[in-house]
Design a protein around this ligand. Structure first.
Ligand code: ATR
Length: 272
């Protein structure tokens, strides 16, 4: 039995053991996947202890994605561009770091929800770690433009500059969106975790086909309610992203791609 774990703090509500357990059963892989509450002061010690006890890989969640990135001995390109990692693989003394959050989100939007990003006008709210991790996977699909709107405008402008070589991306403040139309609007801020609403005018949602909330399990968040009231026909939360990033990590570790559809269906919480 090969050992894997997710590490975070707090870790109580993690769905990762259930998701990977379900993947393992469906694909006949003999793995044991646990949840570890990492120490805020001695995160590296916890990782090394798990590795030395025979661990083969770890998922990393808040607040450790940057520390795990720093601790890795090799960083794959996706992790490098995100500046953070959500998945580690242990091979002897090597600690490999990748990041599947953005790919999981892109796969969910395109394959599961059926909205191609190619040629789409995308509005992304926020300019923190979650948005940074999604940018390269988005731009690789060649959208018409990705507009980043952030409360602290300078952060969005700066992030857009850093990714300018990967495609059409612009940073701005919420006040700059007047008169703009988008096909897909994604809330990548942490506002929903506190039931807050980014200062987005409903007008920026007019004509959008999909509103996507990165947070999972919060039901109809203020952002999704705003989108619903603006007439956006499709609303989604991050359950698909969560399962898809897990599937990518499972493939990386085990060489087998699990089916995701039925699990997403079982985990989905109605957006009402
Ligand atoms: P994460 O890793 O989840 O992205 P983060 O790096 O702390 O977390 O970034 C949080 C993002 O949510 C930021 O873009 C933040 O805006 P600021 O850069 O202006 O702080 C955004 N955010 C959080 N609460 C918000 C709110 N109530 N309204 C608008 N934006 C909010």
């Amino acid at each position: 039995t090969d050992k894997y774990a997710v590490i975070g703090n707090p870790i109580g509500h993690t769905k990762s053991p259930m998701i990977h357990g379900s993947f393992a059963q469906a694909t006949g892989q003999d793995i044991d996947y646990s949840a570890i509450e990492g120490s805020l002061e001695r995160f590296a010690d916890d990782v090394h202890a798990f590795r030395k006890a025979g661990g083969r890989g770890m998922n990393v969640t808040a607040p450790f994605k940057l520390q795990a990135y720093a601790l890795a001995t090799e960083r794959l390109e996706r992790a490098e561009l995100a500046g953070a990692t959500n998945a580690l693989k242990f091979e002897g003394d090597r600690i490999l770091a990748d990041n599947f959050d953005g790919l999981g989100l892109t796969n969910d939007i395109q394959r599961n929800l059926g909205f191609p990003l190619e040629g789409a006008r995308m509005l992304v709210l926020g300019a923190g770690g979650a948005v940074r991790g999604a940018l390269q996977p988005f731009l690789a699909q060649q959208p018409a433009v990705v507009v980043l709107a952030n409360r602290t405008q300078a952060k969005a402008v700066d992030l857009a500059k850093q990714f300018a070589g990967h495609g059409r991306v612009q940073g701005c403040g919420y006040g700059d969106l007047a008169g703009e139309r988008f096909d897909i609007v994604i809330n990548g801020t942490s506002a929903s975790l506190r039931a807050e609403l980014p200062p987005l005018s409903a007008q920026a949602l007019q004509g959008a086909k999909l509103a996507y909330e990165l947070a999972y399990g919060k039901g109809l968040t203020p952002f999704l309610r705003l989108a619903q009231n603006a007439g956006v026909p499709k609303l989604a939360d991050g359950v698909g992203m969560l399962v898809e990033q897990a599937a990518e990590a499972f493939l990386w570790w085990r060489g087998v791609r699990p089916d995701t559809r039925s699990l997403i269906g079982r985990m989905a919480i109605p957006l009402v």
